[in-house]
Ligand binder design. Structure first.
Ligand code: ADP
Ligand code: MG
Ligand code: MG
Length: 251
């Protein structure tokens, strides 16, 4: 379970406060969505949880299964079961997708004190997962994300997620201009990986994505805080009326 309490974050080298007291609990097995106007701090929240540099936590805490996330190195967070899929997946020329996946999986196993997978074991698992996710084996051999279409990148992101078997998946789809097909891929991937032990935090501008993913809870973020939480109907309200009324209502 992810538990965020009163999280305050500022830019490291500027006197700019971005998160101003975020409170959020995502219990095991649940899917929570975060929506909110541009610039409200949604991406910053996912970056800070992943341990990306450039930000300073000035107050508050964030824990995964009771363990202090903010005290961990980024690799330790991944080993603890945190997975982040980002708006702009990196291209890694010269590194084959299979090699990349195997390195990521084994790094995670090592950090957990588990044996590394042999080449044969790894291949068996990756082929099974790729098949389930309808991923062409040709894509596994290509350099990571290089020349991938938007849809292929999304598929690859879902495959990475499936291979790492995270406890907590954070997807930041804001501003990424997901087309209908990519949206379907993301939602099918998330739905396929839903389980009672796994939680998702889906950051999105698009109510339509939530038609397919069906979140348990929708949160609205504005000006560095979660200002309202509710059921899936909250996303519909935003779609129909925009953020104006909602934000006026919460002050
Ligand atoms: P959202 O994802 O909700 O659109 P962001 O987290 O991207 O919001 O940004 C929140 C605010 O923080 C914005 O005003 C943005 O310009 C600012 N911000 C975030 N990261 C940086 C940065 N590295 N440098 C300068 N400003 C930043
Ligand atoms: Mg933005
Ligand atoms: Mg963003």
């Amino acid at each position: 379970m992810l538990e965020i309490k009163n999280l305050h974050v500022k830019l490291e080298d500027e006197d700019k406060q971005i998160l101003k007291g975020v409170d959020l609990v995502v219990p095991a097995g649940e899917v929570h969505a975060i929506m909110g106007p541009n610039g409200s701090g949604k991406s910053t929240l996912s970056y800070v949880l992943s341990g990306r540099g450039g930000y300073e936590v000035t107050e508050g805490e964030a824990a995964l299964d009771g363990e202090d996330l903010l005290a961990m190195e980024p690799e330790e967070r991944a080993a603890a079961g945190l997975f982040l899929a980002f708006q702009y997946p990196v291209e890694i020329p010269g590194v084959g997708n299979l090699t990349f996946l195997r390195t990521a999986v084994n790094a995670q196993r090592k950090a957990r004190g588990e044996e590394e997978l042999s080449s044969a074991e790894f291949l068996k698992i990756v082929r099974e997962k790729a098949k389930t996710l309808k991923i062409d084996s040709e894509m596994l051999k290509r350099p990571v994300n290089v020349g991938f279409s938007g849809g292929e990148k999304k598929r690859n992101e879902i495959l990475q997620m499936a291979m790492l078997e995270p406890r907590m998946c954070i997807l930041d789809e804001t501003d990424s201009g997901l087309d209908v097909d990519a949206m379907r891929l993301v939602s099918e991937g998330v739905n396929a990986l839903r389980s009672p032990e796994r939680s998702f935090l889906v950051i999105t501008h698009y109510q339509r994505l939530l038609d397919h993913i069906r979140p348990d809870v929708v949160h609205i973020m504005a000006n560095g805080r979660i200002v309202k939480s509710g059921g899936p109907e909250l996303a519909l309200e935003v779609e129909q009326h925009g953020y104006g009324d909602l934000l006026a209502e919460v002050g």
